[in-house]
Write a protein that binds this ligand. Structure first.
Ligand code: NAD
Length: 249
């Protein structure tokens, strides 16, 4: 593992345009369960029942009930999020492309975060498009106002991308632009099975940018990476970040 960490740090220090691609695995150490890991949400829930746009349209009440039962507001950035923010501050990381919707990269201090699957921080009105803070909306649901409505009377939907919905076009464009211009990519905590998100590291690898993959368990895409580390992100990324910053000095 020491050797792989050293190799990862060297690739970061030598890169001129490093980008991180993150998945739910970077936030499990903040207490937010992932979907497909050993304790993932999809082991006990059917995504088509709770996270599909058609389900939302059919039964927004049940949907909001589920959303209100997930307490995301107490989660704080962990050592992995902080290590990425340190890399950015040191000029060693240009952008984070994330599948996560929890906003923890921004809270840790990363300034260029491209969110492929939207955000849990807000809910949007399906009629007038107005954005409402998510916590306020969830509080209304918990107080019995379900489904929650906008002041215009329109239905509110969390600003997360549901199954059956397209990804936000501008975020996708920016993410592919990063994959097309990066010369190194950190791939952190993703099972790499959700498309089109997973095609972003694939595109970087196709262009011969070396990938450093850190994931708790093997993925089907490990073969694409120059360096593969099977470990918890919070346990290895701070060390990699520290070493890369040393090498850069
Ligand atoms: P995923 O659940 O499919 O895969 C997560 C991977 O991370 C698993 O392979 C797991 O073994 C690994 N992992 C878990 N904890 C880890 C840790 N501490 N260190 C290293 N690896 C760890 O997640 P994905 O690939 O991001 O799938 C994408 C979907 O998950 C997206 O739709 C995304 O929006 C959604 N999601 C987001 C959040 C969040 O915002 N935090 C939470 C759950 C799901």
């Amino acid at each position: 593992m020491e050797q792989e960490m050293e190799a990862a740090a060297r690739l970061l220090a030598d890169a001129r345009h490093a980008v991180a691609f993150t998945g739910a695995g970077i936030s499990t150490e903040s207490g937010i369960p992932d979907f497909r890991g050993p304790r993932g949400l999809w082991k006990s829930l059917d995504p088509m029942k709770v996270a599909h746009i058609e389900t939302f349209k059919r039964d927004p009440r049940a949907f909001w009930e589920f959303a209100a039962s997930r307490n995301l507001s107490g989660a704080k950035p962990n050592a992995g999020h902080q290590a990425l923010a340190e890399l950015e501050r040191a000029g060693l990381l240009r952008a984070v492309v994330t599948q996560n919707v929890d906003g923890l990269h921004q809270e840790a201090g990363c300034s260029r975060v491209i969110e492929l699957h939207g955000t849990t921080r807000t809910a949007g009105c399906l009629e007038c498009g107005r954005r409402h803070p998510r916590e306020e909306t969830v509080a209304r649901v918990r107080a019995g106002e379900n489904p929650p409505l906008c002041s215009c009377g329109g239905l509110l939907k969390p600003d997360t991308v549901l199954f059956g919905e397209p990804l936000p076009a501008e975020a996708l464009r920016q993410a592919f632009a990063e994959a097309a211009s990066c010369d190194m990519m950190l791939v952190l905590g993703s099972s790499l099975v959700v498309y089109p998100a997973a095609s972003i590291p694939e595109e970087a690898a196709r262009r011969k940018a070396p990938l450093v993959l850190v994931n708790a368990e093997p993925t089907d895409k490990d073969w694409m990476a120059e360096v593969v580390i099977h470990a918890k992100i919070g346990e290895v990324l701070p060390g990699i970040s520290r070493r890369a910053r040393e090498l850069k000095q």
